[in-house]
Ligand binder design. Structure first.
Ligand code: ADP
Ligand code: MG
Length: 378
């Protein structure tokens, strides 16, 4: 069963206030317990080079050493979680996303976003290594490849767990799962489930409820149908060759999964946002001209706006400006402390990527200070 309509991006819980361009940090965010904070993880993708010229050394499951190539001593960075080159999708899922899925099934909101330069492993983490086979149940795969669905990314594993929960429920008909999937490309919003022209972002006059006019929503009880739609949507993403990566994605992809559960006490609704951000590299690295350069500028505008929000939040600012980009307007609810958020920052270990790796580690370090501040306040 499918229907289309106006994608109600906000779950209605809203965040902060103020239609004036800024929103006040909700007081609940300041008083949340440690559990409610932003979790920051760093994942190092496997090296693709035979030599051992690396700029990263893993110290523990929370710390790594980064060598900037100068005479300075390598610097230690500490995060909530550090996943080394041999980490599995299962491990990353269990640690970062599975706890959020439990919350969503209990009627809370949660968000996961993958950050990092092109080629650092964001799409691998979010979708998986082999999108063609992603989501195929082991029983439907030939025996030799039956292990391959262990490689499914966070989006597929989260949907899997949600549908398993619904199927195992005493009365599955009490559940409704709805997905929408969009991309932001050059500051334009496109529907990935029903690709067409750009869609408008709308906000109610209190700036609380964000909707994407005309965004399709698919309501389904079938795990298979929803995963097929996700993979089809991913194919519709804007992929353009750049010098950094032949199939790099120049767009931010945002998947929203809403779970409604009718209970005797009323309807519980939880929402999970899963975001595969566009590459965070500087425009000059991609050696682009013209159209590609303009894309770079827009991508940086969105990620810069995201960075500014993260900086403001980590500095304890009372007002945070989410209005500078479509990405931050859509992620406002996730960032402002009303929902649990996990950022998985991705880095490449090879020394030749050390500039981008450093930028990502610093970005993630700033994000980590939001979590520290919230934890101290909790
Ligand atoms: P991004 O989305 O950040 O541009 P990709 O996810 O496309 O990067 O990863 C770039 C390449 O590295 C792909 O070929 C991908 O399969 C591989 N890769 C990335 N992360 C991992 C990982 N954790 N394990 C194995 N291969 C990976
Ligand atoms: Mg990608």
């Amino acid at each position: 069963m499918s229907r289309q309509g106006t994608g109600n991006w906000s779950s209605g819980s809203g965040s902060g206030s103020g239609g004036s361009g800024s929103s006040q940090l909700p007081s609940t965010a300041m008083s949340q317990s440690g559990e409610e904070r932003l979790v920051v993880a760093v994942r190092v993708r496997p090296s693709t080079e035979p030599n051992n010229n690396k700029c990263i050394q893993i110290l523990s499951d929370r710390a790594l050493l980064f060598d900037d190539g100068s005479k300075n001593r390598p610097r230690k960075y500490v995060y909530d979680f550090v996943f080394g080159e041999s980490s599995t999708q299962e491990e990353v899922y269990k640690t970062t996303t599975a706890p959020l899925v439990k919350d969503v099934l209990n009627g809370l909101n949660a968000a996961v976003f993958a950050y990092g330069a092109t080629g650092a492993g964001k799409t691998h983490t979010m979708l998986g290594p082999n999108p063609k086979k992603a989501g195929t149940p082991s029983s439907e795969l030939p025996p030799k490849t039956a292990q391959s669905n262990h490689g499914d990314g966070m989006m597929v594993k989260a949907l899997d767990e949600i549908f398993q929960h619904v199927e195992n429920a005493e009365d599955s008909s009490k559940f409704k799962v709805t997905i929408s999937y969009l991309e932001i490309y050059n500051e334009l919003i496109r529907d990935l489930l029903n690709p067409g022209g750009p869609l408008e972002l709308r906000e109610d006059n209190r700036g609380q409820k964000i909707t994407v006019a005309g965004l399709s929503e698919i309501t389904t009880c079938s795990r298979h149908e929803v995963i097929q739609n996700l993979l089809k949507g991913n194919k519709a993403r804007t992929m353009e060759p750049t010098a950094a990566n032949k199939t790099s994605s120049r767009s931010h992809a945002l998947l929203s999964v809403t779970v409604q559960n009718k209970t005797p006490l009323g309807t519980k609704q939880g929402r999970l946002f899963l975001t595969d951000l566009a590459g965070s590299e500087r425009a000059k690295k991609t050696k682009n001209r013209g159209k590609r350069l303009q894309e770079g500028a827009h991508i940086n505008r969105s990620l810069l706006a995201l960075g500014n929000c993260i900086n403001a939040l980590s500095g304890g600012a009372r007002y945070v400006n989410y209005r500078d980009s479509k990405l931050t307007r859509l992620l406002k609810e996730a960032l402002s402390g009303k929902c649990k958020t996990v950022m998985i920052a991705h880095v490449a270990p090879e020394a030749r990527h050390r500039d981008e790796t450093k930028n990502t580690l610093v970005y993630a370090d700033r994000a980590n200070h939001i979590s520290t501040r919230l934890q101290n306040a909790g």
